[in-house]
Ligand binder design. Structure first.
Ligand SMILES: O=C(O)CCC(=O)C(=O)O
Ligand SMILES: [Fe+2]
Length: 311
């Protein structure tokens, strides 16, 4: 069973309808690795607006999207073509397309002068100001919702509310639109919309257009289909939080095979500040969030793998 959480209960847990929301959250994080969350500050209309913005972008002629193809840069901002990512070395590159945008440091931030790749400038399609405005507005709210969830999780784990939260004032948070066309005729057993993977960061706040497609690996084998309508979110936990909690929180593998229906999903990958040490507590290791993220990006983005000499 995948826990279904009413986000209003996280701020008002004593409300009559709430039940033991902390226990549900703990089960989600430490057992199945997934939950759904509704009643957040992002309402159905916010999600529908961002889905519509991505839909119009992805349906542009290829040549227009290619103008902001991230493969032409050393960063992951802008459009990622089909085949731009291989998330599973045993599978072929994914047939999805993506559009990525991330956190931009204010020019006055001392770090801005360092040109850190984690905070690369966003790239926008020409002549679509409403696309940018819609994504930026969604991004800001999605950061708030993710922060609320992570604070609630810390509480549920019996830790100070800020035990993760303090590391998110310059989050390497990435907002992505995933566009899955119909599963192509040529697709074989090694071809996926997105092949089996775990997410890299702490928490993923995923909106979808409601079309089924996501499958979550069941402990002990098999796949659990999971879908949610716009306005209800699918939330899962990533590798950094698994490390940071000494394995207590689970990063659960998942995939999208693809169906005869087109599908759009919108993950917000809630990654902490680049200099956060996400090593297990009590270990004397140092694992910087930025180093983990760039290693995983280098392994995944075909254009970055090429640059580091891997294939
Ligand atoms: O499209 C989905 O439902 C899942 C996408 C996903 O797992 C990802 O982008 O990391
Ligand atoms: Fe994922």
């Amino acid at each position: 069973m995948i826990p279904r959480i009413d986000a209003a209960c996280l701020t008002d847990p004593d409300h009559a309808r709430c039940g033991d929301v902390s226990a549900q959250m703990l089960e989600a994080a430490t057992d199945v690795g997934f939950m759904t969350v509704h009643n957040t500050a992002l309402c159905r209309a916010d999600v529908e607006a961002v889905l519509e913005a991505y839909r119009s972008f992805f349906h542009l002629p290829r040549a227009q999207k290619a103008k902001i193809d991230m493969a032409a840069t050393g960063s992951n901002r802008g459009w990622g073509a089909p085949g731009a990512e291989r998330v599973d070395p045993d599978a072929n590159p994914d047939f999805k397309q993506v559009f990525d945008m991330g956190f931009e440091l204010p020019a006055t931030d001392p770090l801005a002068a360092h040109g850190l790749k984690y905070y690369a400038p966003n790239r926008w399609p020409d002549g679509m100001p409403e696309f940018r405005a819609t994504l930026e507005a969604y991004y800001a709210k999605a950061l708030d919702v993710s922060m609320l969830l992570l604070r609630a999780l810390a509480r549920a784990m019996g830790q100070p509310e800020d035990s993760f939260g303090a590391a998110f004032d310059r989050p390497m948070a990435l907002l992505r639109g995933n566009f899955y066309p119909e599963r192509p005729d040529w697709a074989g057993a090694k071809d996926f919309g997105i092949a089996t993977h775990t997410d890299y960061g702490c928490l993923t706040l995923l909106a979808t257009d409601g079309t089924p497609g996501l499958e979550v690996r069941r402990r002990g084998g098999g796949w659990i289909p999971l879908s949610a309508p716009p306005g209800e979110f699918i939330v899962n936990f990533g590798e950094m939080l698994e490390m940071w909690t000494g394995g207590r929180v689970r990063a659960t593998p998942h995939r999208v095979v693809g169906t005869t229906a087109e599908r759009i999903s919108v993950p917000l990958f809630f990654n902490p500040n680049y200099d956060t040490n996400v090593a297990p507590p009590g270990s004397d290791q140092v694992i910087l969030a930025g180093d983990h993220l760039s290693r995983r990006y280098d392994e995944t983005y075909v254009h970055l793998a090429d640059k580091t000499g891997r294939t």
